[in-house]
Design a protein around this ligand. Structure first.
Ligand code: NIG
Ligand code: FE
Length: 387
């Protein structure tokens, strides 16, 4: 495989905790990519020769974004639902069933095409690791199909049979939870690494969530939880109890929830695009960070609560409205996402890391929040391959 040197980097964000401030920034740097990995990094003046070279021309270089939460196996869209929300309608997750209906009727190729389109859209914006959930099938066959298709293109696959209770089971939600933890789980395990539950009023309660997560763990999957999105509830506590890698949303948290997150390995994954697109209050990132919790930022890209795949947009909102510093937000969208996926090979640019490299069309990472809405991706490598 050819080696590539990226030279004349004005600001290299390494996320190396032993270098400088929180982002491990190195100035006037160069980086060498070989065999899909970071092979060398150091002062630009010492850069070794390589087969190919790329002149960063003084711009900033970051690790690729790690988008640790997305729902990308679906058909149809729900623009009308968004418009209705902007005229005052509340988001309650009810629209998920509309997407279930559309997705069930779609062919494999249709689902695959949408998934590919969005993962490409993400890559062009600097996202190099994508987690993708099932959850719009909600039958044994449909969920198995969703995780199988997700596994073709996404880096991380999550089984979310427990997204909502499908209409067929509305009078016996326990029977559906049982199906999710038995036959459906068995059909999905071969294609997934994670098991997720939407633990929320109107979806799955704490007991059902525990049953499903524990069954997933027993089958070899690792847990993550949709928690405290629409109101306070047991989601975060259940997530911490099962040592989930991540509790996602965390919009409505009690002091006990914040404390539980801060004293656990469970990452609080915040999804500001959802609050933007549902007109909910933003989660309190400052409170979590100040308490000592690890915070990740992710898109939650899906046709309902947030149809944006832009991590730069999440960063801008997190800085402007959630009181994160630009450095904290960039860390959370890269290293934080990696923590939420329990990955050590992505989210940083140390020697040996996967060569996921994002060259910004800007001199510093601050510009991601400073110039919201402006495309600022100049070049991207994913696992050493130029996008
Ligand atoms: O993360 N909360 C549940 N699931 C998604 C929304 C999915 C949808 O509305 O289609 C979320 O917000
Ligand atoms: Fe989600």
């Amino acid at each position: 495989m050819v080696s590539t040197v990226i030279a004349n980097i004005g600001e290299l964000v390494t996320n190396d905790p032993t270098v400088g401030d929180g982002l491990g920034i190195v100035r006037d740097a160069a980086l060498v990519i070989e065999d899909g990995k970071v092979a060398w990094r150091g002062p630009s003046s010492d850069a070794p020769a390589a087969d190919e070279s790329f002149d960063a021309a003084g711009r900033a270089v970051l690790p690729g974004f790690v988008d640790s939460h997305a729902h990308l196996v679906f058909a149809g869209e729900r623009a009308e639902e968004f418009a209705a929300r902007m005229s005052g309608q509340r988001y309650d997750g009810g629209g998920i069933r509309t997407t279930v209906e559309r997705s069930r009727a779609a062919s494999d190729d249709e689902l695959r095409a949408t998934l590919r389109r969005i993962i490409d859209e993400m890559a062009r914006q600097g996202t190099t690791t994508v987690e993708c959930k099932s959850g719009y099938g909600l039958t044994v066959e449909q969920e198995a199909r969703a995780v199988r298709i997700a596994a073709e293109l996404a880096d991380e696959v999550t089984y979310l049979g427990a997204h909502v209770v499908p209409t067929e089971y509305k009078d016996d939600t326990d029977a559906y939870a049982r199906l999710v933890s038995t036959e459906m789980l068995a059909a999905c395990v071969p294609h997934a690494r994670w098991v997720d539950v939407f633990c929320e009023k109107g979806a799955f309660d704490a007991d059902q969530a525990r049953e499903i997560l524990r069954a997933g763990i027993a089958a070899g999957l690792s847990p993550r939880v949709h928690a405290n999105q629409l109101g306070e509830g047991p989601g975060v506590q259940v997530a911490v109890e099962v040592d989930a890698a991540s509790a996602d949303h965390c919009t409505f948290l009690s002091d006990a929830d914040v404390e539980a997150l801060a004293s656990s390995q469970t990452v609080a994954t915040l999804l500001p695009g959802v609050e933007f697109s549902t007109r909910q209050p933003y989660p309190d990132a400052r409170r979590l960070i100040d308490a000592g919790a690890t915070v990740a930022l992710a898109s939650d890209c899906n046709p309902g609560s947030c149809y944006s795949s832009s991590m730069a947009f999440c960063i801008a909102v997190a800085v402007r409205d959630m009181h994160m510093t630009p450095a904290e937000a960039v860390w959370s969208a890269t290293a934080g996402g990696a923590r939420a996926l329990r990955r050590t090979d992505v989210g940083h640019l140390g020697v040996g890391a996967r060569a996921d490299v994002h060259v910004l069309d800007a001199p510093s990472h601050i510009h991601l929040a400073y110039r919201p809405g402006v495309p600022q991706t100049a070049a991207v490598w994913k696992a050493g391959r130029k996008v």
